[in-house]
Design a protein around this ligand. Structure first.
Ligand code: ADP
Length: 868
């Protein structure tokens, strides 16, 4: 509801209401003198969210209006809070000097600050990109565009609706523009959804807007001339920036079209289950895979690593190249140390260059830029000296030292410039004779004033007379009241203090004018010179951005090498087959959390021909979940281009990784655990391919035992028997009944986590072995967890009774689950010495013919047994 207008409104109030009406849904910070004020509903909201005082001021006949404000210099902190809470804020400044204004001061909105359009370094996380995305929905295709205005990355894509939301989730944009409509906007797990004018998404207008922006007559070169929804989304982004952040448009000089086909698709569940970017229970990065892998030294490197982890590759060649890079730094210990030390001195070159391009760079930004650039020649030299330039030329190819830019900044900017312009002293002495002259003149005048002080003391005989300066009154001669009678007649009174009077003389006034004029001219000139320097830097900024990108690549390679050396990782050998062979694999996060080298490594062999599905049983706490995730993480790390925690690993590149971890309540969305579990399982069964990796942990747990076992069994059978979805699968379950599946599904193999008992206590060995668990040890684990001894004892009794009842299941009573006919073999009470005979075999010493004969014999005996 807009606040009522009133005939008695003051002009300022009228102006406020007018501007406010132009920015619906946005909080308006209205500059009044040294304060930003908010009014009406904004004031109530701001007072509540920022915990500042809510006051009111009288207004016409309507009584009073709510008001909340704060000093202008505190704006950054308050902005950060509001943006962090998902609000949008329009900054309305005074556009003219209040002293010179006739009538009400002219005001206007200079910027709308939204989560997706932030440029302030103090409001941004330097280690991740800050994306503004636009989502153009369509019936059979959707368009997505995204931009990071702090780095100029701008890209578009078009894809089927069922993949569009996943792509938006992957981007993790801070803000997503959608056309305003009656339909509910997409439900994203993070980021602010901003509905905007549907016109902004108009396909033809959008296309034209994009072409006009880049000054082209076809979008062919951008690769999206036939992707109308992608360009519509791009158009919406440009339209939004034009309103919220016009200067940023100048930075948008590139746009690329991408396809999600080249990346492994990671759905939300998988990202969360594998704890790639944050621990599932905490919102921090600590304990995530990223936190282990990110040893980068620069913000550009950190952002690149994160992007790569968000989009693991499916193609061999680029991954081998990345791995070559890591290996170069892995083997070159000296180079790594040297490079990382240099990188440590490199600031956020990418965002700095963009601040220069956007016209918002400050003097100190240019100094930082120079520091960053000056590391480049040394880095290049080190890489050449250690032979990396030959082995991986692409690593240092993009690095340009840009000596002209360095020299320009060195010549133009003072060594320790002030944070802002109003003090002067930004431009180095000697850079501009005109500026030096102006400064000299001001210097002469200052000296003259000092001389004047000396002379006036002598002339008046007042020893304590002094010349001073203050911002409001300018230069003055101060005489304390005790000497008032000695003040000469040519002194003009300027200001009266408690114990003193301040005066000026015509001579002092003249010097003051020349100082102030000189200073003002010097300041103007400094600003102008600074602008020119920035302009020259912008002209060469493509080379700077290319260097920034190259530094990021080097930083990631050196960082991953550092991690690999510190944690004893190996280079994975990548394959286009479906095999996955890991020797002594470890979980990268858990092994560090244990910290003491007590992590037990385990092997993995999976492929679609022999062991497609590993069915893993073992008691709770045995290490099943850890193992499952470890296999998925090793695969993922390999496809990000990282070394992996194992003593060796062959990774057949996968197209998708699915994970389903059972029995997690999704209270947030209000769905029952079981429903969520089944929806996710269904999605896996619909989308998996023989090149996928599927991780299923305890599925079917959210329902009754019999239901659970039946569903779990059917799922395994389906994955095994449907060639189209025959993905490599790790299936962990505590239903040891399921192990009979291996008896009739040839590519299902049983594994178990070994456990021993020591004086009635379970000891977990954390080692995976072929075979099936014989029992679930639940009561032992409960005892370990501290259940009172009486309860554990009683549970054992109950279990015993249940087990004996189950074996003697009466006719008509609830039967034990009837095993499938072909699986009966495994359930026979006695195998008639068959296993003893098997154990006695020594395959290594047999000829193939002997082996085959023995196999036939054994099979015949087994068949006879089964018929009994
Ligand atoms: P499960 O899924 O079988 O219930 P988890 O995978 O959750 O078991 O592991 C239980 C505990 O054992 C975890 O706290 C983990 O730290 C530890 N653990 C798991 N695997 C290993 C291992 N290979 N070496 C050492 N400790 C492990």
């Amino acid at each position: 509801m807009p606040p009522p207008r009133d005939a008695d409104d003051t002009p300022a109030r009228k102006q406020y209401l007018e501007i406010k009406a132009r920015y619906p849904g946005v909080i308006l910070f209205f500059r009044m003198g040294d304060f930003y004020e908010t009014f009406d509903a904004d004031a109530e909201l701001v007072a509540r969210e920022l915990e500042i005082a809510l006051t009111s001021r009288p207004q016409g006949r309507n009584g009073r209006i709510p008001l909340a404000g704060f000093p202008y210099h505190a704006v950054d902190g308050y902005l950060a809070k509001l943006i962090g809470k998902g609000y949008r804020v329009a900054i309305c400044d005074q556009l003219e000097d209040a002293k010179l204004a006739k009538g009400v001061v002219q005001r206007g909105v200079v910027r709308v600050v939204t989560p997706g359009t932030l440029v302030e370094p103090q409001l941004l996380d330097s280690r991740r990109n800050n994306y503004l995305a636009a989502y153009a929905p369509g019936p059979d295709r959707c368009g997505i565009a995204y931009i990071d205005i702090t780095t100029s990355e701008f890209a578009v894509t078009q894809l089927p609706p069922d993949r569009a939301l996943a792509e938006l989730e992957r981007l993790g944009a801070a803000e997503v523009l959608v056309p305003k409509s009656d339909e509910t906007p997409p439900d994203l797990s993070s980021g602010l959804v901003t509905p905007v004018e549907p016109d902004w998404f108009h396909q033809r207008d959008g296309r034209e807007r994009v072409m006009r922006h880049f000054g082209v007559s076809t979008l062919e070169a951008f690769g999206c001339d036939r992707l109308p929804l992608a360009t519509a989304a791009a158009g919406a982004i440009l339209a939004y920036l034009a309103v919220t952040q016009p200067p940023a448009l100048a930075q948008v000089t590139r746009m690329s079209t991408y396809s999600t086909e080249q990346w492994i698709e990671l759905d939300m569940q998988t990202r969360r289950n594998l704890e790639l970017f944050q621990r599932s229970r905490e919102a921090t990065a600590q304990g995530s895979l990223l936190s282990v892998l990110d040893q980068t030294k620069t913000p550009m490197g950190a952002r690149l690593l994160r992007r790569r982890m968000e989009r693991p590759l499916k193609e061999l060649a680029p991954l081998e190249q990345r791995l070559d890079g890591v290996q170069a730094f892995f083997e070159g210990h000296l180079l790594r140390a040297e490079a990382r030390k240099l990188l440590g001195s490199v600031p956020d070159l990418e965002r700095l260059v963009n601040r220069v391009r956007g016209g918002i760079a400050l003097p100190r930004d240019l100094l930082a830029l120079r520091v960053g650039l000056s590391a480049i020649p040394t880095l290049k030299e080190a890489m050449a000296r250690h032979g990396v330039a030959e082995r991986c030329a692409w690593l240092s190819d993009g690095l340009h030292a840009s000596p002209e830019t360095c020299d320009l900044i060195a010549a133009a900017i003072a060594d320790d410039p002030p944070a802002a312009f109003d003090q002067g002293g930004v431009i180095r002495k000697g850079y501009s004779t005109e500026l030096d002259d102006l400064r000299e003149r001001a210097g002469t005048a200052k000296e003259a004033i000092l001389g004047l002080e000396r002379r006036e003391r002598e002339r008046t005989g007042i020893r304590s007379l002094k010349v001073g300066f203050n911002r409001v009154f300018g230069y003055y001669i101060e005489v304390s009241n005790t000497h008032r009678e000695l003040v000469p007649d040519d002194y003009h009174r300027k200001q009266t203090l408690v114990g003193a009077e301040r005066f000026f003389t015509p001579e002092l006034k003249d010097w003051e004018t020349s100082i102030l004029n000189g200073q003002e001219q010097a300041l103007d000139l400094e600003r102008e010179l600074f602008r020119q320097v920035c302009g020259q830097i912008v002209a060469g900024s493509e080379a700077l951005l290319s260097s920034a990108a190259a530094l990021a690549v080097i930083d990631v390679a050196a960082g991953l090498a550092e991690v690999a050396v510190a944690n004893r990782y190996v280079r994975p050998s990548l394959a286009t087959s479906t095999e996955l062979r890991i020797t002594a694999g470890r979980h990268p996060v858990v092994e560090l959390a244990l910290g003491d080298g007590s992590f037990v490594p385990n092997d993995t062999t999976l492929d679609t021909a022999e062991c497609q599905i590993a069915l893993i049983t073992g008691p709770n706490m045995a290490g099943k979940s850890t193992y499952l995730r470890q296999v998925a993480l090793i695969t993922l790390m390999a496809q990000v281009g990282s070394f992996v925690p194992a003593s060796s690993a062959t990774v057949g590149l996968v197209d998708r990784i699915f994970t389903r971890i059972g029995a997690q309540d999704d209270l947030a969305t209000g769905q029952s655990t079981f429903m969520v579990e089944m929806v996710e399982t269904a999605s896996i069964l619909h989308h998996a391919t023989p090149r996928s990796l599927v991780i299923l942990d305890e599925i079917g747990r959210g329902t009754s035992t019999y239901d659970g076992i039946s569903i779990a069994q059917a799922v395994v059978e389906y994955l095994h028997n449907q060639p189209a979805v025959a993905a490599k699968t790790l299936f962990a379950t505590h239903y040891h009944e399921l192990t009979s599946l291996a008896g009739y599904l040839p590519r299902v193999h049983n594994f178990t986590f070994s456990v021993t008992e020591d004086q009635g206590q379970v000891v977990f060995l954390r080692r995976i072995l072929p075979g099936a668990a014989d029992r679930s040890y639940g009561i032992h684990v409960a005892r370990l967890a501290g259940l009172p001894e009486a309860v554990s004892k009683r549970a054992e009794e109950v279990l015993h009774t249940l087990e004996s009842q189950a074996t003697a299941a009466p006719e008509g009573g609830r039967p034990r689950r009837k095993p499938p006919a072909s699986a009966q073999l495994a359930l026979l009470p006695s195998d008639d010495g068959l296993s003893a005979e098997l154990l006695a075999l020594e395959p290594d010493t047999m000829t193939p013919l002997e082996a085959l004969n023995r196999l036939y014999q054994l099979k015949q005996r087994a068949e006879r047994l089964a018929q009994r």
